[in-house]
Design a protein around this ligand. Structure first.
Ligand SMILES: Nc1nc2c(ncn2[C@@H]2O[C@H](COP(=O)(O)OP(=O)(O)OP(=O)(O)O)[C@@H](O)[C@H]2O)c(=O)[nH]1
Ligand SMILES: [Mg+2]
Length: 349
């Protein structure tokens, strides 16, 4: 049976609404990939379709070099709990993709320091770290060099969270768009082999980003939420109390501020509404879904509250971005749709 070159799924001609369908007997691509590539149109959503363990279990059994792709903008969501244990003893190269989304100030050295300290905390060992970007093919030659050095004739499996940029990386290495890449998490559906410069690579389905805001919104809103180009940090000076609403997706309240700064790293299409913390609840209730949009596909929100005890802290919301809070602030409150992960970390930038 033939497989779709774009997403790896078995091609079929019988069920129009199932993955792999193509009306043409001789087609190399399924209809879903064809429409994604040419019309940016999602016919079958597979956002929650792939069992996260199935990918890592299969990789654990393979004798392969692993390229683990993490979206630098969405780094916390890229971390996979238990991955160190599951892939213990494997040769892993960490590829930090989408470098172009972050400001230029994040150079290789700064990133390496940040990434290695996070990996250490999680007990994950990697053989190397490469920053890549689809712009100017940044890092592509380095990836090829690393594969030549560490591959030892084995296949190279490209693994990572859904939407982290695995298929884009491989297209970039080939210099042409053979694989389907799209903003919709769950684009690649099956292990999909291809040969580049005589080396066998395997594109894999993304591991589900189950705690990301990307899973908690309508797919039509992804275009607004996912940054398409280098983000421009939005800087706010704060005294006293302050509240920020990021559309209807997140609320950040800062209390007892004195010469404090809050810097947002978000898609430039995301609206930020600033108000006094005292009236913020009322404002949220009144404008939720109106002035404050997009909204989540769940009405339930979870609130986290911490005392700020380090100088510069990032409040990271998986899939959405983060706010860096510095200066004197007593308490930070963050409210996000239920099941969306929030991380408080030492500032990345
Ligand atoms: N700006 C920018 N966007 C990127 C880069 N790499 C990937 N993207 C975008 O990120 C989105 C996801 O890319 P894919 O290559 O489909 O990601 P994937 O990891 O293969 O996703 P799944 O197949 O769903 O697991 C697409 O909209 C890409 O255009 C990059 O280096 N820079
Ligand atoms: Mg893919």
């Amino acid at each position: 049976m033939t497989v779709c070159r774009g997403c790896g799924i078995h091609l079929q001609h019988t069920d129009k609404n199932a993955p792999g369908y193509t009306p043409k007997e001789d087609s190399e691509y399924c209809q879903r990939c064809f429409r994604l590539m040419h019309y940016d149109d999602l016919t079958v959503s597979m956002r929650t379709g792939i069992d996260p363990d199935s990918v890592t279990d299969r990789l654990a059994e393979m004798d392969a070099l692993i390229l683990w792709v993490v979206d630098l903008f969405d780094f916390e969501a890229g971390m996979i709990p238990g991955i160190g244990r599951k892939l213990d003893g494997k040769d892993i190269i960490l590829v930090c993709a989408k470098r172009d989304i972050l400001p230029e100030t994040l150079n290789h050295e700064k990133t390496a320091r940040f990434v290695f300290s996070r990996l250490k905390e999680m007990g994950i060992k990697v053989k190397g770290l490469i920053l890549t970007s689809k712009l100017h093919r940044e890092g592509i030659q380095e990836v090829k060099n690393a594969v030549n050095m560490l591959g030892r004739g084995r296949p190279v499996a490209v693994m990572g969270r859904a939407n982290s940029g695995k298929s884009t990386l491989l297209n970039n290495m080939m210099g042409k768009d053979v694989l389907t890449a799209s903003r919709y998490p769950g684009t690649t559906l099956e292990f999909n082999e291809l040969v580049i410069d005589g080396v066998t690579y395997i594109d894999t389905p993304g591991i589900e980003i189950e705690k990301s805001i990307l899973m908690a919104v309508d797919e039509a809103d992804l275009k607004q939420i996912l940054p398409a180009r280098t983000i421009r940090p939005m800087v706010y000076q704060i005294n006293r109390d302050q509240s920020f609403a990021v559309g209807g997706l997140a609320r950040l309240d800062l209390f007892n501020c004195d010469r404090a700064t809050c810097t947002w790293y978000l898609s430039d299409k995301m609206p930020i509404h600033r108000s006094k913390a005292s009236g913020a609840d009322e404002l949220w209730k009144k404008h939720y879904g109106g002035l404050l949009k997009p909204v989540a596909n769940t009405p339930e929100f979870t609130e986290y509250r911490i005392r700020k005890d380090i100088d510069k802290v990032d409040v990271v919301i998986d899939g959405l971005g983060w706010a860096c809070v510095s200066g004197q602030v007593s308490t930070i409150m963050i409210k996000v749709p239920k099941n969306v992960n929030v991380t408080f970390r030492k500032a990345m930038l």
